[in-house]
Design a protein around this ligand. Structure first.
Ligand code: FRU
Length: 556
């Protein structure tokens, strides 16, 4: 994975810096306090006290010169009485009450911001701030919920809150602001969500229950709930007390045959060995350790590292099911589960491919409670707005396209196959054209052919080179190659999504996936073409078409 660096810069001279600690007592006039962010400004600790009790704390890059964007610090319902705002750290600004601003609604992203040249146009990105892992992916009352690891006060990792977006169609997202914020138990690390239809936890029938890690010392696994799917309250106890084998990233599911909940959680499952622990519960509040699955030794590798997910899938075209255990670091296992113990049949399979063995996407999680039973996954995607020197960007990172997972019997045995969800077809702007007829920015391309033994098939998609080499059996993206297999019928089948920033390639049989969020198509190039070389007739049976896609943003 890309390392999340906590960026600490030291400014020696700064006029606004007066003391190591400054405090202002103000009665907020609105629920949200404006946090003016200057990307890269020295980080200072901002703490808010309500009558001696600390109700919020964050490391903020409080603007000294230019304000790049304005974050919203949620003071909760308890506004209207004096709060103390304390700034501390070497570079703490010396502010007066007049420097603080409040509003009853969140400070929105500025108008037109979604039109930024570095903003993907049909992938989810946070309106403001940094995101990493998707959290709490779930369906409830006809809505798709996506929570996400969010830094609302910077475009680098830190201050982990859970951001929240909802969608009616899995394509267009409506951001709701943060729902859980750092507290005395620690920052809010990754986790999951379920709908407690039978009210096993006693929060109310159909409560939306978030299960998350509070990353204090030690880490504990906790729950929060909501009845309206908008406002979430924290249960004030630890559901799983601090223990090495339950370190972080709980993913919860319902095990119907045993009428109990399951939780897979990342941790040190044996001395110096990480892996996944399985806990079970009747009520989401108290958990019993049932078993664990071994990953690698800490200094050996990253098998079953961070953010586990665990689900059952039917085998396509056969009777029977298998359980799939995935982890953040792309690898997965397939096996059986008896309600307490997972028995792997195959392990260390890879969910995606990329040149250089990196993780361009990471921490994939699937939606709970999808009404039609599909298993849909979203991963954190490294759209890096800082890569092109965009010091003034208001957001960083984003998510992969939602993908439907299936379990298929492939040449080598059972494998996960993945397909962009059918909902994405709603983005198509009219009928497809042959590749040569395409003229646009956002594209979906379908191309398939049967290449002869020494063929080289090259697509030029708005200046991005996608080249299949039948001798090397590779697919290269702008010159960087990954292994690539033809499908069971000997065909090369590609489905390519081209965003303003980022390209995702799927094989038509679902067995191969190459996410490339770092590739930025040339804004000046709007055409698509293909050619094949090698033998006299290097390819047979070509089918090819492309759609122009629409942006998911109305405001751009
Ligand atoms: C994975 C991860 C998780 C953790 C979260 C913190 O990217 O490191 O293990 O919960 O990010 O943001």
């Amino acid at each position: 994975m890309k390392k999340k660096v906590i960026h600490v810069s030291v400014v020696i001279c700064c006029a606004a810096v007066a003391s190591a600690t400054g405090a202002v007592t103000v009665t907020p006039t609105g629920r949200y306090m404006a946090v003016p962010v200057e990307n890269g400004a020295p980080k200072v600790m901002l703490e808010v006290f309500d009558g001696g009790k600390r109700i919020a704390y964050d490391q903020v890059e409080w603007a000294r010169g230019t304000t790049n964007w304005t974050g919203s610090l949620d003071l909760g319902a308890a506004k209207g009485r004096p709060f103390e705002f304390r700034f501390s750290g070497k570079d703490a600004p010396n502010l007066s009450a007049a420097d603080l601003a409040f509003s009853d609604s969140r400070y929105p992203a500025p108008k037109g911001q979604y039109g930024e040249p570095w903003r993907p146009q049909f992938h989810f990105t946070p309106p403001l701030g940094w995101n990493n892992d998707p959290n709490g992916l779930s369906c409830r009352n006809g809505e798709w919920h996506m929570f996400y690891q969010h830094n609302p006060f910077g475009i680098t990792w830190g201050n982990m809150h859970w951001g929240h977006a909802v969608s009616k169609d899995l394509v267009h997202w409506n951001d709701q602001g943060d729902v859980i914020a750092p507290d005395d138990a620690g920052p809010m690390f990754s986790g999951s969500a379920v709908t407690d239809a039978a009210d096993t936890a006693g929060f109310g029938k159909g409560a939306h229950v978030l299960v998350y890690t509070a990353a204090g010392k030690p880490h504990t696994q906790r729950v929060a709930w909501s009845l309206d799917g908008r406002n979430y309250a924290k249960w004030p106890h630890a559901a799983v007390e601090g223990r090495p084998d339950a370190n972080r990233d709980p993913k919860v599911g319902w095990y119907a045959p045993g009428k109990h909940w399951t939780m897979v959680v990342y941790g040190e499952v044996e001395k110096k060995r990480h892996g996944v622990s399985i806990f079970i519960s009747k009520d989401l509040k108290t958990w019993e350790k049932a078993s664990h699955v071994k990953g690698d030794l800490f200094d050996e590798g990253k098998y079953l590292y961070e953010c586990p997910d665990f689900f059952e899938l039917p085998i396509e075209g056969e009777k029977g099911t298998r359980w799939v255990l995935t982890a953040a670091n792309r690898q997965y296992a397939i096996g059986t589960f008896d309600g307490r113990t997972f028995t792997p049949e195959v392990e260390r399979l890879a969910q995606w491919r990329s040149p250089g063995n990196v993780n361009p996407v990471y921490a994939a999680q699937t939606f709970a409670d999808v009404p039609d039973g599909r298993r849909i996954q979203v991963a954190w995607s490294h759209f890096d707005t800082r890569a092109g020197g965009r010091a003034d960007a208001m957001f960083n990172q984003g998510m992969s396209l939602p993908m439907e997972l299936k379990l298929v019997r492939a040449a080598d045995g059972l494998r996960l196959a993945r397909f962009p969800v059918k909902e994405l077809e709603s983005l198509r702007a009219g009928a497809p054209t042959p590749l040569a007829g395409f003229n646009g920015e956002l594209a979906e391309v379908e191309f398939s052919c049967e290449p002869v033994a020494d063929a080289v098939v090259a697509l030029d998609v708005r200046g991005v080179a996608i080249v299949y080499d039948a001798v090397k059996r590779t697919l290269a993206l702008n010159g960087k190659a990954v292994a690539w297999d033809l499908d069971a019928r000997g065909r090369l089948g590609l489905r390519v999504f081209v965003d303003r920033v980022g390209v995702e390639i799927f094989s038509l049989d679902g067995l191969q996936y190459v996410p490339a969020p770092d590739i930025v198509p040339d804004p000046a190039k709007r055409k698509i073409s293909w050619r094949a070389s090698g033998a006299k007739k290097p390819v047979h049976g070509v089918t090819e078409r492309a759609w122009r896609l629409m942006s998911i943003f109305a405001d751009r």
